[in-house]
Design a protein. Structure first.
Length: 530
């Protein structure tokens, strides 16, 4: 180790095994370490790689959490590392640094979203997918876009996490985004194009994309001004000049000179908005080209839950992909085989390839069941006869055993040729074990919403505010939900099964709940499909 360690060196040391004073601490999961300093495991890894720099207070808190007593990595080393970094970033003589003033407009948070906690689940198999991904990164062979498709519950998101983990450890440039998370992000769609590119840029986090980030900032400021005024007509007089008294983004908020000139005229601003998504794609792809010119190796982009992209598939297919530098690869994971769903993908020829994601091999499925305690040979074969290698069914069988008190207590499993029928039956069995009926009913009722939080529960069920919080905490403990920015999110296939159950209870009630939810989102300034 160098005599003057960097912040990244210090964080890496705290996360290593060398300084631990107890064996117990050596077993602390990265996620728990991250929580101890109020951050995500993704951010913690980025600190250790030097991709992001945390506050000094958080590094000191991490040292205390990990009980590091090494003098060379104590508070003095931390203070020295930060002072050295500050000196390196000092403004050059003759130039004055100017901080951006916080905009009064509604500007989305572009911080990268952490991987959700489902990534802590055991991931078995899928080595073949990793091998194919490694080969794709190493040699394009004319193919630039890979579409991995399959039905809900086949394990696409777990493959996505596996590929992200592999890509981040391989040393080259990787950008990734889960469309399901972007769907739930502020301020919502119809700005999916900016959300996708912004999320990819946040995970790549390289200076070559700074020009794109500036363009994205302009876009956010421009759209924020329109939202603040109600629509573009609220900003301009009939002559096309800006109205007196309206707020238009200025230089102190980070608006570029080009944007400020455009804002002076309604015609110019309308033209800017019409072309913004192409302009953003140009700036993003120029940044990717600069990364390659800098000799940073292969760049690969990954998009998960692509079925949620909706009509923005046309933009990805016809705007983004043609602009990608030839050395950049794109992997898209979703339910649909894209060249069957959108004929425009066929036009890309050999650049585009689609392949289905298979079920897990029998050995991998049995390994999964054994890992979760099913060791009796006869019972193992019986459960596998029902679940096969279908990841969702394996997961639901394991969840049923957990709520039943063990594998021996799950009783006989019903088989069917239709995977959805089996999944629905297993889910019914799991929900029937809920000791509090309102929890079960709340899950079914709130499945109509894209996310669940106490406010959604209150609106859809009529529960009091305090009861809604209690129900939310109970729902949050279920293994088939993950935490998002706005609450908890049901696994997409689980949500579909619960919605089917809700429809069975009565189409009139289903429609009433939909109307209630639409009205609620309308009051909040969005829609249930954002």
């Amino acid at each position: 180790m160098a005599s003057t360690p960097t912040v990244a060196d210090i964080v890496t040391h705290y996360l290593s095994e060398k300084h631990r004073v107890t064996k117990t601490l050596a077993k602390v999961a990265t996620e728990l370490k991250a929580r101890s300093v109020n951050t995500s495991s993704t951010a913690l890894s980025a600190w250790s790689r030097g991709e992001r720099t945390p506050d000094a207070a958080k590094v000191k808190a991490l040292r205390l959490t990990m009980k590091c007593v090494c003098v060379e990595f104590g508070d003095g080393a931390i203070n020295h590392a930060y002072s050295t970094a500050a000196a390196a970033r000092a403004v050059k003589p003759g130039r004055r640094a100017k901080a951006k003033r916080k905009s009064p407009l509604d500007i989305p948070d572009r911080a990268p979203l952490p991987m959700d906690r489902r990534s802590a689940n055991l991931i078995v198999g899928r080595d073949a997918e990793v091998d194919k991904f490694a080969a794709f990164r190493a040699e394009r062979s004319g193919c630039q876009v890979i579409n991995i498709f399959g039905p809900g519950g086949i394990g696409k998101s777990e493959v996505f996490r596996r590929l992200v983990s592999f890509g981040r450890g391989a040393g080259s440039v990787l950008g990734y985004a889960d469309i399901a998370n972007l769907r739930d992000s502020e301020p919502g769609q119809p700005h999916m194009a900016a959300e996708i590119l912004g999320a990819l840029a946040a995970t790549i986090d390289r200076p070559e994309l700074d020009a794109f980030r500036s363009a994205l900032r302009d876009y956010d400021l421009a759209e924020g001004a329109v939202r603040s005024a109600g629509d573009i007509g609220g900003l301009y007089a009939p002559t096309g000049r800006a109205l007196d008294g309206v707020h238009l983004p200025d230089a102190d908020e980070g608006a570029s000179l080009a944007l400020r000139k455009v804002l002076a005229s309604r015609f110019a601003f309308s033209s800017y908005r019409d072309n913004a998504r192409r302009t953003l794609a140009d700036a993003f792809c120029d940044g990717l080209r600069a990364i390659d010119d800098a000799g940073c190796g292969t760049t690969t982009l990954l998009l998960d839950t692509y079925e949620d992209v909706g009509h923005w598939d046309d933009w990805v297919c016809n705007v983004v992909v043609p602009r990608l530098p030839v050395q950049v690869g794109l992997v898209i994971l979703g339910r649909d085989q894209l060249d069957n769903a959108n004929a425009d993908w066929v036009e890309h020829g050999e650049v585009f390839r689609a392949r289905p994601l298979p079920e897990l091999a029998e050995d991998d499925a049995l390994t999964y069941l054994r890992h979760y305690g099913l060791t009796d040979t006869t019972a193992l074969q019986e459960v596998h006869r029902v679940t096969g290698g279908y990841p969702l069914l394996l997961f639901l069988a394991r969840a049923l055993a957990a709520v039943s008190g063990g594998w021996e207590a799950i009783g006989e499993l019903r088989n069917d040729v239709d995977r959805d029928v089996i999944a629905g039956w297993l889910l019914d069995r799991i929900l029937s074990k809920a000791t509090i009926v309102p929890i079960r009913e709340t899950l079914v009722t709130c499945s109509i919403a894209p996310w669940i939080n106490p406010e959604i529960i209150h609106v859809l069920t009529g529960a009091s505010t305090s009861d809604a919080r209690v129900l939310f905490e109970a729902i949050s403990s279920h293994s088939f939900v993950s935490r998002g920015r706005r609450g908890v999110v049901l696994h997409d296939k689980i949500r579909e099964l619960l919605q089917a159950r809700l429809r069975v209870s009565g189409e009139i009630r289903f429609n009433e709940l939909e109307a209630t939810l639409t009205a609620y989102f309308g009051r909040k300034g969005g829609s249930p499909n954002e």
